[in-house]
Design a protein around this ligand. Structure first.
Ligand code: PLP
Length: 427
């Protein structure tokens, strides 16, 4: 495949932008390559600056669940654009999206829009601390909740890919109140609450983890979080920035029937525009300024163009059968991947949850960050490069999930499996 245009852009970019990328996960360092520069995308297809076309399983890291450039999303955006880009005053579109989110997500009665997932989790933590009057936050190793100081401890996603333990620049004082436990370890949670429950403001968790690769919650894990937090007067925060509207319309809380106190959203609710949100019951949300005294604000929050993209995206997801079909396609894909890996004698662990999928090059079940890290990273890198050469666009890290959209067809899945078969034969 030709790569000259991407290479030339990268040469220029590295001189102007750290690492040539505006988010470290876009770097292909860990898989021994350079990022492709993208020219455009439509449906499940993405095209690079050299005109090479790929089946896209990154989906802009989650938002593009109805595929790229969906005509209805475009129409919504264009209609909003024609009215103006930002007013710094409320619009009908914010109310409409808020109404859709409240109707969809079981635990949310009120919602505040922000501009990214990071803002959502950062604000949710402030809210939890403000409401409880406590400081300690409990998270889980390998979960990524954005790059706010408090939460950048034993994190997944790009932090795991780059092998960074935390980040310089975060004062020890700031993270002394952040405790991280192994994901799926209900006993560790119970032990910690027995010792320090009265100091814990909140537990924040990816109810379905996408940021150490896909790891689903073990039976009883989310229930334990709910029980311990409730018993000790702490709040439970579900970070559904990735799982929201992706593992089910109402997110992981609908799928697993667990009601958190606070929910963080992002990605899908912006339909590809920069959006995040956090929501909770009215009793909690009424603490937020200007109704309450916990401060959080944003110049572009609730931006009308972003709201319009989110509204159009959610409307498409409301059509009957959408999530059954997504789940069905996910299952066909992971079953096929397991089959071609078995045929090639390569041990893999596959799983899916709604439209989130994962494959680890490991011979052991992956249930937490420790077991995820036992994967064969060299083999993943070779697989990634081989798949790219055959027109399959995957996240350039073993510690990321991959995503399908309503635009992916059986033909796309078959092409992907043919590519995987050819690549695995050579691994
Ligand atoms: N929370 C989760 C679960 C995420 O997956 C991400 C990003 O991937 C974030 C928070 C941060 O969102 P953003 O990158 O929009 O700041």
């Amino acid at each position: 495949m030709k790569r000259q245009a991407s290479e030339a852009l990268f040469e220029k970019a590295v001189k102007l932008i750290p690492g040539g990328v505006n988010s470290p996960v876009r770097s292909c360092k860990s898989v021994g390559g350079r990022p492709l520069f993208i020219n455009g995308a439509k449906g499940a297809e993405i095209v690079d600056a050299d005109g090479n076309s790929y089946i896209d399983y990154i989906g802009s890291w989650g938002p593009m669940i109805v595929g790229h450039n969906h005509p209805q999303v475009l129409a919504g955006v264009e209609a909003a654009l024609s009215r103006g880009m930002s007013f710094g005053a409320p619009t009908d579109l914010e109310v409409e999206l808020a109404e859709m989110v409240v109707a969809a997500v079981p635990s949310i009665e009120m919602v505040r829009m922000v501009n990214s997932g990071t803002e959502a989790t950062m604000s949710a933590v402030r809210l939890a601390r403000g409401v409880t009057g406590r400081d300690v936050i409990v998270k889980f190793d390998g979960c990524y909740h954005g790059h706010a100081d408090t939460l950048l401890v034993s994190a997944g996603s790009g932090v795991a890919t780059q092998g960074i333990p935390g980040s310089p620049g975060i004062p020890a004082d700031v993270i002394k109140n952040t405790l991280s436990l192994p994901y799926n370890d209900a006993k560790a949670v119970t032990r910690l609450f027995a010792e320090r429950g009265h100091t814990i403001a909140a537990v924040i968790v990816e109810p379905v983890v996408g940021n150490m690769g896909l790891v689903t919650p073990a039976a009883g894990f989310l229930e334990t979080l709910r029980q311990e937090t409730r018993q000790h007067g702490s709040l439970l925060i579900f970070d559904e920035v990735m799982s929201g509207f992706r593992v089910a319309y109402g997110g992981a809380q609908e799928r697993f029937g667990i009601m958190p106190d606070i929910t963080c959203l992002g990605k899908v609710i912006g339909g590809g525009m920069p959006v995040g949100a956090y929501g909770a019951g009215k009793d909690i949300m009424r603490h937020i300024a200007p109704e309450g005294d916990i401060y959080q604000a944003g110049t572009l929050s609730g931006n009308p163009v972003a709201m319009a993209a989110g509204i159009a995206c959610l409307k498409l997801l409301q059509q009957p059968g959408v999530y059954d079909e997504l789940e069905n396609m996910s299952r066909i894909l992971i079953t096929g991947l397991k089959r071609v890996a078995d045929e090639a004698g390569i041990p893999v662990q596959v799983d899916c949850c709604g439209a989130m999928l994962g494959m680890f090059f490991s011979d052991q079940p992956v249930t937490d960050f420790k077991s995820a890290k036992k994967s064969d990273l060299d083999r993943f890198a070779a697989y990634y490069r081989g798949m790219l050469e055959r027109g399959i666009f995957l996240a350039p890290s073993q510690f990321e999930a991959f995503f399908i959209s309503t635009a992916h067809t059986r033909v796309d899945i078959d092409k992907t499996l043919d590519a995987a078969k050819a690549v695995m034969a050579g691994l």
